[in-house]
Design a binder for this molecule. Structure first.
Ligand code: Z16
Length: 838
């Protein structure tokens, strides 16, 4: 292999236009990239051309580090973490990379000195929305922490041509628009055409005896698809490590199609090409609903097979044999979406590399770890045998073989326990037969984890209870975390600067240091600055809402925010019941003293989720009435901000006073928005669910607004027979609120519009809004009281931020490294002649 050292002409031992950090060099680099990459001069350049030139200028300053990082990993033979995820919800790259490289202020200055509008250029970037919500964003935070902690890592996923849809609101309803994020090109990715991989689909299998008379199976597929890797650099904060995110794009293999041309089947060939390339066209927009769509299984197998083949290639390149594969790679399954990897690694080892089954199984189990992200039964992945057999006939055989051996072990340990056998089996045989992906992931992994303490306990007790009884040592908790780089420094520079002025900059990579802020809690000037900062940021959001949505909100009012995917278990409609309760109080007594509030909502509903879409319509309908009623005198405002995404999250978390984390106890695995809010000094109103419990533990119960049933109480009430009707009749306030919706008051007299929602609450209420209603209202009344004492509120706000150290994704990743991956940091040193940070 040719390296830079051997080719003197490539040694740039001077500050050159691609690495230099003097202002003059950066200016020259901008002009150079504008001309030589975009092919434009200022007279013809569009804002996008300038954005592209800027992005390339930043990317150039990452490339030496990126190259070095990759080179060290291959040369040193270090263990690499491989994070397999169907979703990476990255958000905009530009600001994040500038912060991580330590050149944000410098580049901003240069751009502005060049007569360009930095903020305008920054906003041109199309964010890669390659995920639905929490799970995909978690993967992105983890990639940031892996790089920051200097852990060798590679993220593997799918380069969806269309990410999560853009949301518009028309007449109060959600409308989905295709996300054309690639339409003007993507400066952050590099295609590696030479590392293309082939993936087989369909067809049949054939048994044969090899030359040593061993029984073998070959797979004769009926389709082959090429996977082309597109690499994106993932910078770490304040380190030289730049890891890779490798996303696969499906392409049709030419050779395959030429055959078809020759036999004259031109349209058939073109059609097969289109079908192949469909695999990576679009992200499925369901967050916690399993729909048995064949194309979805194709997507999963496609990216997992590409990734495992890629890892094997890298492993063999090091001159190692496959027996040591698990020493080269720790592969983490982000939910069951990539769990077909268990069968695929077995297939590759046994069928293609002729390793004995038992040894292959050892390698496989040592390689994989499995993270579960939900307990919701409707989200658990299972595939019908017929679909599976058609697409992956060899994998189904392998799964049967794994299952037979596994159930043999279980039978030996628990004789005559056919119920247990049926529950543990990789095949669900209770009705139509299915492959259970959570069981496959659990059997094929050495480590299984949940994403918050409560979630892990429930996982061990319920969803994976039998597996926990069998292998308690496999289970552990890894409470989620979020990256303080994006979620404080990039999102909230004003607060970040205030913190840094008090305690220095170390908190950015050691978030526990934030507790040093507590020393300033008695400092009235500090509290004033803290309050003023929050006030300024609320002002920016108010301006943004006015300019973009035409709604006037009072920046002095309490900003009460609920942003997350729309789902009944997250209970956005409970929030609405509170709004209507306040509205009713005003209508009954227009002069009542109330704490002015602005209710801000954001979030997308899965396109096929009728009830979630109806909740969006309800929020907007209630907003129309409340916002325009003169009796309210602007003391309440309700805004649903369309198209909630990473970029808008960055705007809204810093501006929130109150964070709504109000899921039914036992339903939200962790939540991560809850952490982003609290880090930015919002107080939480929340249930004892997911990571809320641990947040409350950290910040102190006196700094958290708790309400609602516990998980145990939810189970208890359900089992003795929950009747929402009783709550409705026994609580006059609740009854009035529900009756007001039913009466058509928010729907121009239409009593049918919200009937499905009201009936669901009155007759089923699966998420127990009515049971929690009064407790929620009482907690909200406490919030109002507390907000009136601004000094006290500010103290609570500071303590919330100061005590969020635990929820850095750095802490989470460190735990994964030590307890699951056995991965250690590897320092990346730069050549002398390459410029360091500014
Ligand atoms: C998702 O975002 C989550 C779970 C899941 O099964 C599928 C998707 Cl797309 C979320 C959980 O709902 C949330 O509680 C958790 O914080 C997040 O995953 C990350 O673990």
């Amino acid at each position: 292999m040719t390296t830079f050292e051997q080719v003197p002409v490539f040694q740039c031992e001077f500050e050159d236009d691609r690495t230099g950090l003097s202002k003059e060099t950066i200016k020259r680099a901008l002009a150079d990239n504008l001309f030589y990459i975009q092919g434009k001069v200022p007279a013809t350049a569009t804002p996008n051309d300038y954005y592209m030139a800027l992005a390339y200028t930043v990317r150039d300053r990452m490339l030496q580090r990126w190259f070095k990082t990759t080179e060290v990993y291959t040369k040193k033979g270090v263990k690499v973490v491989s994070y397999l995820s169907a979703e990476f919800l990255l958000g905009p790259h530009l600001s994040n990379n500038l912060i991580n490289l330590g050149i944000y202020d410098l580049v901003r200055q240069v751009v502005e000195e060049s007569g360009l509008d930095f903020v305008q250029l920054r906003e041109i970037e199309e964010e890669p929305g390659l995920g639905n919500g929490g799970l995909g964003r978690l993967a992105a935070c983890y990639m940031d922490s892996l790089s920051t902690l200097e852990i060798p890592a590679i993220g593997y996923g799918i380069r969806y041509e269309f990410g999560i849809f853009d949301q518009e609101i028309r007449d109060g309803w959600q409308v989905e628009i295709t996300d054309k994020w690639l339409h003007l090109g993507n400066p952050w990715e590099i295609p590696r055409l030479e590392e293309t991989i082939e993936v087989k689909f369909g067809g049949r299998t054939e048994a044969y005896y090899d030359e040593k008379c061993r029984y073998r199976v070959r797979w004769i597929p009926d389709k082959v698809v090429k996977g082309v890797p597109y690499d994106t650099p993932i910078s770490g904060y304040n380190v030289n490590t730049v890891n890779t995110l490798r996303l696969w794009k499906a392409e049709a293999p030419e050779s395959f199609e030429f055959q078809a041309f020759n036999v004259g089947d031109y349209y058939g060939a073109v059609n097969r090409k289109v079908v192949s390339e469909n695999i990576t066209k679009v992200l499925y927009p369901n967050d916690e609903l399993m729909k048995g769509k064949e194309l979805r299984l194709e997507q999963q197998y496609f990216f997992v097979s590409c990734s495992l083949q890629d890892m094997i290639r890298l492993h063999l390149q090091k001159g190692e044999s496959l027996e040591t594969f698990h020493q080269s790679f720790a592969v983490q399954l982000n939910d069951t979406h990539p769990s077909i990897g268990v069968a695929e690694l077995m297939r590759l080892l046994v069928d293609e590399y002729e390793i004995e089954w038992d040894q292959a199984w050892q390698i496989t189990q040592n390689t994989f770890g499995y993270t579960n992200h939900t307990l919701l039964p409707e989200a658990l992945e299972k595939w019908t045998l017929s679909l599976f057999k058609n697409l992956l006939p060899r994998h189904l055989q392998i799964i049967y073989e794994i299952n037979q051996r596994f159930l043999g072990q279980v039978r030996a340990k628990y004789p005559n326990d056919s119920d247990r056998l049926a529950r543990l089996s990789l095949i669900d045989e209770s009705g139509e037969k299915y492959v259970r992906m959570a069981n496959l992931a659990s059997v094929g992994s050495h480590a299984i984890n949940g994403v918050a303490a409560l979630h892990t306990e429930l996982l061990k007790r319920d969803v994976l209870g039998d597996f926990h009884e069998l292998w308690p040592e496999k289970f552990s908790n890894k409470t989620n975390g979020v990256t303080p780089r994006r979620w404080i420094v990039v999102s909230n520079p004003l607060l970040a600067n205030l913190i840094t002025r008090k305690i220095g900059v170390d908190w950015i990579s050691h978030l526990e240091d934030l507790k040093q802020l507590e020393a300033f809690i008695e400092d009235a000037e500090f509290r004033r600055e803290w309050r003023q900062t929050k006030q300024d940021i609320k002002g920016y959001l108010a301006t943004y809402i006015k300019e973009n949505h035409g709604i006037e909100v009072n920046p002095e009012s309490l900003f009460d925010v609920q942003v997350k995917r729309l789902h009944e278990y997250k209970r956005q409609h409970l929030n609405v019941l509170h709004i209507i309760t306040l509205y009713k109080r005003i209508k009954d007594n227009p002069n009542i003293e109330i704490t002015p509030r602005t209710f801000i909502f954001g979030g997308k509903a899965a396109p096929g989720y009728f009830m979630a879409k109806l909740i969006i319509k309800l929020i907007n309908s209630v907003g129309d009435v409340v916002n325009n009623d003169p009796d309210v005198r602007d003391r309440l405002k309700v805004v649903f901000l369309p198209d909630y995404n990473v970029r808008f999250g960055q705007r809204v978390y810093p501006a929130a006073d109150l964070s709504e984390q109000i899921s039914t106890a036992g339903k939200e695995a962790s939540g991560t928005g809850n952490m982003k809010f609290a880090m930015n000094g919002a107080l939480t109103i929340g249930t004892l669910d997911g990571a809320n419990i641990e947040i409350r533990e950290e910040v102190g119960e006196e700094n958290f607004f708790l309400f609602g049933l516990t998980t145990e109480q939810v189970y208890e009430l359900k089992s003795k027979g929950y009747n929402p009707w009783d709550y409705y009749h026994n609580n006059p306030q609740l009854k009035q609120v529900i009756d007001l919706i039913s009466s058509g008051f928010f729907s121009h007299g239409d009593t049918n519009l919200f009937r499905p929602l009201v009936d669901s609450l009155l007759y089923h209420d699966p998420y127990m809004l009515f049971a929690d209603y009064q407790s929620y209202i009482d907690a909200q009344d406490q919030v109002n009281q507390a907000y009136r004492d601004q000094e006290h509120w500010t103290r609570m706000s500071i303590l919330n931020a100061a005590r969020m150290g635990k929820f850095s994704s750095d802490r989470a990743i460190l735990e994964y490294c030590q307890e699951i991956w056995n991965a250690v940091p590897v320092k990346i040193e730069l050549e002398e002649y390459i410029q360091g940070r500014a």
